[in-house]
Design a protein around this ligand. Structure first.
Ligand SMILES: Cc1cc2nc3c(=O)[nH]c(=O)nc-3n(C[C@H](O)[C@H](O)[C@H](O)COP(=O)(O)OP(=O)(O)OC[C@H]3O[C@@H](n4cnc5c(N)ncnc54)[C@H](O)[C@@H]3O)c2cc1C
Length: 408
């Protein structure tokens, strides 16, 4: 879809990637009064949409395509944002400030923002290309999964991370029998503490999900379509649908080809500038320094995509400030909302407040006496208090949480 009436004055900002970060950047630039040309290039054929519902309400049928779309076509027309869908950028020429699209279209920019997101990691085992072995990153993939879930009796989910566990939960709600194969000994092991893992494992089991922990996939079974999964220990799980959700890799090919610094993500500085002048990178594809971690990080969350877009929009419209919002994240699965504040990796001590058995608790993560963050279930006030404490650096709340005197 191409929006008409572009103003012909001012500079051109080109955005590669029409996802959460790209769409937010376009909105924030206009919100900040930018009157130049904004062109957003997306490889997806759909207008920018939210991904979180794709594993949750969209799968269960609680939300439709209109509800997941970030804005309708009239919004982009009104804001004079040109959106080129289904036409990926294939080359960036930083010295000429040009982007080439697959269709042959050439875009000149004054500033380029790479918001290319991430793609699903594939599983290189025999049978991975059998019909019925699916992934979930795009709206089109969610449509395939949704349609297949309607007739599937048994789903095997490979990967007990956030997406895998959310899909398990949605599929169970639809009456599908679900088994999860997870290589770690606990679910969501890369992202949450053992207490939170155990709580969710129990919640999923109580809803009938079978967890195969410490197991790996050896191969997918079937001839014309997937019929099961064989694990490394030789067990066979029947399946008429398999979701592979084993994490993502950042989309960095364009940046690498353009000679930008890339290291599991497009490397940016505190202002989110890449190693090339006039090119920024935001969202899932960017690796950035943060006061909340000892080394640069790459985050896969809506908060990060949205706040980084706002940060770059502010810089391009005259207010440069380092990126330092407190990271936060949520997930909804097994009928429970998990909220995470801060970056808890590298903690050497945890304190549990509340009671996991009641479904109301927070796991506070400290390094020494420094609060790094918290995982909260059924305690939104604690989540917000931790976010505020991390934002302001105020140690009072951290101390109160530690000694148990904190009252929301
Ligand atoms: C199923 C699912 C559930 C999720 N649930 C949650 C949740 O509950 N909470 C949360 O905080 N986060 C969640 N996330 C993560 C969140 O959606 C991402 O962190 C967020 O979308 C990142 O935004 P982004 O713009 O960086 O990347 P994306 O939204 O992925 O957008 C990047 C876009 O760029 C496109 N692109 C890539 N290369 C090119 C190219 N060369 N030319 C043109 N376009 C290109 C991609 O195809 C994509 O459309 C979820 C993600 C998924 C997949």
């Amino acid at each position: 879809m191409t929006a008409p009436h572009l103003p012909d004055s001012g500079a051109t900002v080109a955005i590669v990637g029409g996802g959460q970060a790209g769409a937010q950047l376009a909105s924030s630039l206009r919100g900040n009064g930018f009157t130049g040309r904004i062109v957003m290039v997306g490889d997806d054929t759909a207008l920018p949409y939210q991904r979180p519902p794709l594993s949750k309400g969209y799968l269960t049928g609680h939300s439709g395509p209109e509800a997941v779309r970030l804005h309708g076509p009239e919004y982009y027309a009104e804001k004079s944002v040109q959106v080129l869908t289904g036409d990926p950028a294939v080359r960036v020429l930083p010295s000429d400030r040009r982007v080439l699209l697959r269709s042959g279209t050439e875009l000149r920019y004054d500033h380029l923002v790479l918001a290319t997101g991430a793609r699903n990691r594939s599983l290189p085992v025999p049978g991975a290309d059998l019909p019925g072995v699916v992934g979930l990153r795009t709206l089109a993939e969610a449509d395939v999964l949704r349609e297949r879930l309607a007739s599937a009796g048994r789903l095997v989910v490979v990967g007990g991370g956030f997406v895998g566990m959310e899909v398990s939960s949605s599929a169970t709600a639809l009456g599908v029998r679900v088994s999860v194969i997870e290589a770690h000994e606990r679910v969501m092991a890369r992202a949450v503490t053992p207490v939170t893992s155990a709580f969710f494992a129990e919640a999923h089991r109580a809803r009938g999900v079978r967890l195969e922990l410490g197991e790996q996939v050896a191969r997918f079974l079937g001839t014309d379509a997937v019929s099961g999964v064989e694990t490394a220990s030789g067990r066979r799980l029947p399946a008429d649908l398999v979701l592979v959700g084993i994490g993502v890799e950042p989309n960095t090919d364009l940046a690498e080809d353009a000679g930008l610094d890339v290291h599991d993500g497009i490397v940016v500085d505190a202002l989110l500038r890449t190693s090339a002048p006039d090119i920024s990178a935001i969202g899932d594809c960017a690796r950035f320094p943060t006061p909340f971690a000892t080394a640069p990080v790459r985050l896969e969350s809506v908060q990060n995509a949205v706040d980084q877009a706002r940060c770059v929009a502010a810089r391009l419209t005259g207010t440069a400030r380092p990126y330092r919002p407190v990271p936060w994240f949520w997930s909804r699965q097994a009928g429970v909302r998990l909220q995470i504040a801060g970056l808890t990796g590298g903690h050497d001590r945890t304190v549990v407040r509340g009671d996991p058995a009641r479904g109301e608790f927070s796991v506070l993560c400290f390094r020494g006496d420094r609060l790094l963050g918290a995982e909260s279930v059924g305690q939104p006030a604690t989540h917000l208090a931790v976010r505020r404490a991390l934002e302001t650096g105020d140690r009072t709340v951290a101390q109160e949480l530690l000694d148990g005197s904190f009252t929301p």
